[in-house]
Design a binder for this molecule. Structure first.
Ligand SMILES: [Zn+2]
Ligand SMILES: [Zn+2]
Length: 241
């Protein structure tokens, strides 16, 4: 069996031992790669052509992530452009506001301007969503066509709740065969349920370990059960812990 290049990250993520969500581990790597590309290529482009920034923005999480990257000068160049554009946007939304008085049509017009500005989305979130969508499609297709992958999938730990819902949604769109589709949903929800139960047991043992009666008992696999449970609940992409 020859692996296609875009399938390799999926196989690699499923090889990672004790991984609570293989898609989270792909998402984290992709995000790091996008950020690296942003600094190595885009910052340079923005220096040459400041208008490149016009169509994007960053969300709260990504601005924090960008700030943790060592290239503070590069980030300052980008941030300066965004600040400049925000100021321009403020100016243009303030002008009609002064003359709006009580005219309801003008009020509506201003409301529309604000809505359009609010709609501006995070460049990195957009890129990440697009690439994760492709990875999820690849994952489901691998399950359909590769017996070997099907076996690995069956013994995996499922997904975080976000990716669990997304994978099920995508599978219902791309698996055409009704029986196959039902089989996928059944095995995926079974794995998910078993693993949530397993995680809960680990977390409960973690809690018990704070009781003096169990202080000398072994931790077993529970030492990192708290962080793994949090990651299962919200994904590990935006957890800093
Ligand atoms: Zn996940
Ligand atoms: Zn974002």
């Amino acid at each position: 069996m020859k692996q296609k290049i875009y399938e390799i990250p999926i196989w690699e993520a499923y090889e990672t031992k004790n991984c609570e969500c293989p898609l989270c581990s792909i998402e984290k790597k992709s995000d790091d790669n996008f950020i690296q590309t942003l600094f190595s290529e885009m910052v340079m482009d923005v220096r040459l052509n400041p208008h490149l920034v016009e169509n994007y923005d960053f969300c709260h999480e990504h601005f924090e992530k960008l700030y943790r990257y060592p290239d503070k000068c590069g980030l300052a160049v980008l941030t300066n452009r965004i600040l400049h554009l925000k100021k321009e946007a403020l100016k243009s939304s303030e002008l009609p506001r002064k003359s709006v008085s009580k005219n309801p049509i003008k009020k509506l017009f201003i409301k529309n301007i604000e809505t359009i500005q609010d709609k501006k989305e995070c460049l990195l979130c957009n890129k990440l969503d697009e690439s994760m969508n492709n990875y999820m499609k690849t994952l489901v297709n691998l399950w359909v066509k590769e017996e070997n992958f099907k076996e690995i999938y069956k013994n995996s730990r499922g997904f975080c709740l976000k990716h669990y819902n997304q994978v099920l949604k995508i599978s219902s769109v791309i698996i055409n065969n009704q029986l196959k589709q039902e089989e996928f949903i059944e095995i995926t929800s079974k794995i998910q349920e078993e693993n949530l139960n397993r995680l809960q047991q680990e977390l409960e043992w973690f809690i018990s370990k704070f009781d003096y009666r169990f202080a000398n008992e072994p931790w077993n696999t529970s030492k990192d059960a708290l962080i793994r449970t949090i990651q299962k609940l919200i994904g590990n992409y935006n957890t800093k812990i």
